[in-house]
Every structure is written in C-alpha cells, then in structure tokens.
Design a protein. Structure first.
Length: 172
C-alpha cells in the first residue's frame, strides 16, 4: 500500500499504510504464519492481525530484554493448533520470565547486542572471503579455458535456446 507508516505482519515490515494503529514501538510475536518470529515495531506503525503485541504493563521491564528472552525459549511450547499453527494470548501468558532489575536488563541487552555486533562482523568477513574465493575460482577456470587448443565458435552455433515455459508436457 501507499503511505508513510510501516505495516508490520508476522515477520516484520510488509508494506506501508496511510494510517497507524500504534503510536509506540511495540514488541511483536508472529502468531499466525511465521509463528514465534520476534520483532520490534517502529513508533507510529500499523500492526496487522498476524502479529501479537506484547506490551509491558509498567516500566520495569523493557521490550528489548523481553525480545531477547523470548528468542531464547523453545517456541514449540507456546504454539497451538495442529492444522494451522498459531500462538495465542493464553499460551503466551503461561511463559515463565526471568525478571531482573531494569539496570540488569539494560546490561544484558548491551551484552547481547555486543555479541550480535561480533557475529555481524564475522559474517561480513566470511561473506568477503567467499566472494574472494569465487573470484579466484572464476579466474582459474578462465585461465584453464584460455589454455585449450580447440577452435572458437559462437554459442549460438553450437546450442539452441528455448524458454522452458514453451515446452508442453508431451514434448518434454
């Protein structure tokens, strides 16, 4: 849709809308579709029915702390429904939550985010190494082909090109 407000579904932002239904950033858990996916919405967002808002009733627990805490639990214990898996307010309400002081929560969140930073840096290094390895492989393959002694032809002279969608079942 059009609009300036982000729309949040079961697994994060899914579009934009001209209206919002939540003014604060909220902790969201996918309750249908991406069951158990956790996100924090932006202030002034539209949150659809596939995400359930977990809104603390007072200021002595933070949504970031709750998000990381809930990421660590086994979601299978709160998913109900056999045909269509879902998470309900009733199943969420039964979760036992460690409830440290607000200062401890901030310290825990800071430590977790530091670790995520290290993981992201490591991931970036691995991706760069993979890119370098692919580049080396392409250069090696190119060098091997340049050493061949056969004649050079156009691909169109030695192959046919057909869109796979043009084949019927009978013609395979």
């Amino acid at each position: 849709g059009n609009g300036k407000y982000s729309v949040f579904g079961a697994n994060g932002i899914i579009g934009k809308h001209s209206e919002y239904n939540h003014t604060e950033a909220e902790l969201l858990i996918g309750c249908r579709g991406s069951c158990g996916a956790l996100n924090i919405s932006e202030p002034y967002s539209w949150i659809n029915g596939n995400a359930m808002v977990i809104h603390p009733t007072n200021n002595d627990i933070t949504i970031k702390y709750l998000k990381y805490y809930l990421q660590a639990i086994d979601k299978k214990t709160i998913i109900t429904g056999t045909t269509i898996p879902q998470i309900t307010a009733k199943s969420l309400g039964q979760i036992q939550v460690a409830y440290p002081s607000i200062n401890e929560q901030h310290a825990i969140v800071e430590e977790i985010e530091k670790e995520f930073g290290r993981i992201d840096a490591f991931k970036g290094n691995v991706e760069k190494s993979l890119e370098n390895a692919r580049e080396l492989l392409c250069k090696a393959i190119s060098a091997l082909y340049k050493q061949t002694t056969g004649e050079i032809r156009k691909l169109g002279d030695v192959a046919l090109f057909k869109n796979g969608l043009n084949f019927s079942k009978e013609k395979g």
